[in-house]
Design a protein around this ligand. Structure first.
Ligand code: DGJ
Length: 378
């Protein structure tokens, strides 16, 4: 039987409408957080934004994270999702794409981790910092990367990557640590001599000319809009906290070491009642360990240890997760969400998100496991 062309058109339109409706109707309409469970986006797919961080701008939360496949290598880039209520997220695509050019530092097969985006009022630009490892070099490159965009949704343009603070001594570094002792620094790791030399700046001296190593990182913007880069350096043994330039695109040369030899990774920072708080993890690869917390009057320290913020069953493994960000909830004063990753190293795309409310006890942040919770608990 022959149909007139217009009938074909109507059938096509109906099919298209049906497809469109079904893809939208898979939006789950969440009203609560369920840490560790599959968390679907508006298209019905598990959110793919690991090691993430959140930017709030003009009433919208933007969640940036690592796109992961089975492996943890970057094949797509940094994704972005948007939300108005924090429960339901719209997939906004790729904010910073891996490069097709095999010679690019962010080519497919590189490692792009822990992206954090800040908005610069003065320049009206969105600035993304992330941990970058060059293709086929494992984790040896230890660089921080930077990209910029006019829109929170991207596309971000990759600018550069490097090891920061070249030829700059930290502010909390003793004068006599600037020279290597006459008989040199110890070569054998984990001995008491090596630990002492590490605390006294052995790796800072080693990397003084070419810049300090930078792996797990975050960027923190304080109330005065000054931004800081916080990173795991010195072979992951010591955190480095550096002040960024006014445009957030570079380091100022002002920096401090935090907890030399403390093996802190996965730093997340927030501010409450005139104190800066930091939550970190220990150093065990993709395997979970006990979180740590610290507080300081100024982000440049000195920092005081507050212990493991997680309490209850599985607190010694941070509920099988590792910190990535602490999110201040808008419109609810002093309400913070601890955001962490439950890594699945055998199939990274299946990594889960552990979001839990931060509670307070004796001015210390406390994190308790909750199977399900919502923002009314603040
Ligand atoms: C732990 C870090 O926190 C992750 O971001 C990732 O770099 C893994 N180590 C790699 O083993």
């Amino acid at each position: 039987m022959k149909y007139p062309k217009s009938k074909y058109l109507i059938v096509l339109i109906l099919l298209f409408a049906k497809f469109n409706l079904s893809s939208q109707s898979s939006s789950p309409g969440y009203t609560a957080f369920r840490p560790g469970e599959i968390w679907k986006d508006n298209e019905g797919n598990h959110i793919n934004a690991h090691g993430g961080g959140i930017l709030f701008k003009d009433g919208i939360y933007y969640w940036y994270g690592e796109h992961k496949g089975k492996s943890s290598l970057a094949r797509v880039g940094i994704t972005v999702y948007s939300s108005e209520d924090l429960y339901n997220w719209k997939n906004e695509g790729v904010a910073l794409s891996v490069a097709k050019d095999p010679d690019s530092e962010i080519t497919s097969g590189s490692v792009m981790e822990r992206p954090k985006v800040v908005y610069n009022k003065k320049t009206d630009k969105y600035v993304m910092w992330f941990h970058l490892e060059l293709k086929d070099q494992g984790y040896a490159a230890a660089r921080t990367g930077i990209a910029i965009s006019d829109s929170p949704l991207g596309p971000f343009t990759y600018l550069k990557s490097y090891r920061p603070n070249s030829k700059q001594w930290p502010q909390n570094f003793k004068e006599d640590w600037k020279e290597t002792a006459k008989n040199g620094d110890p070569e054998e790791w984990w001995t008491p001599k090596w630990r002492k030399a590490l605390k006294e700046g052995m790796f800072v001296r080693r990397d003084f000319e070419n810049g300090q190593m930078s792996r797990d990182m975050t960027v923190y913007m304080d109330k005065d809009d000054t931004a800081y880069h916080i990173t795991s350096s010195e072979e992951n043994q010591t955190l480095h906290i550096s002040k960024l330039t006014d445009d957030y695109l570079d380091f100022t040369g002002e920096w401090v070491r935090m907890q030399p030899g403390g093996q802190n990774e996965a730093p997340a920072i927030f501010e409450k009642d005139g104190y800066c708080y930091m939550i970190t993890s220990g150093l065990t690869g993709w395997a979970p360990n006990a979180a740590r917390s610290f507080r300081a009057k100024s982000i440049m320290g000195p920092w005081e240890k507050l212990g493991n913020p997680a309490v209850g069953e599985n607190a010694d493994k941070t509920f099988f997760s590792q910190s990535t960000f602490v999110l201040p909830v808008q419109g609810k004063e002093d309400s913070f969400i601890f955001m962490a990753d439950r890594w699945k190293p055998k199939n990274h795309i299946n990594g889960r998100y552990i979001w839990l409310p931060i509670e307070w006890e004796n001015e210390k942040p406390i994190i308790r496991w909750k199977k399900e919770w919502d923002l009314s608990s603040f």
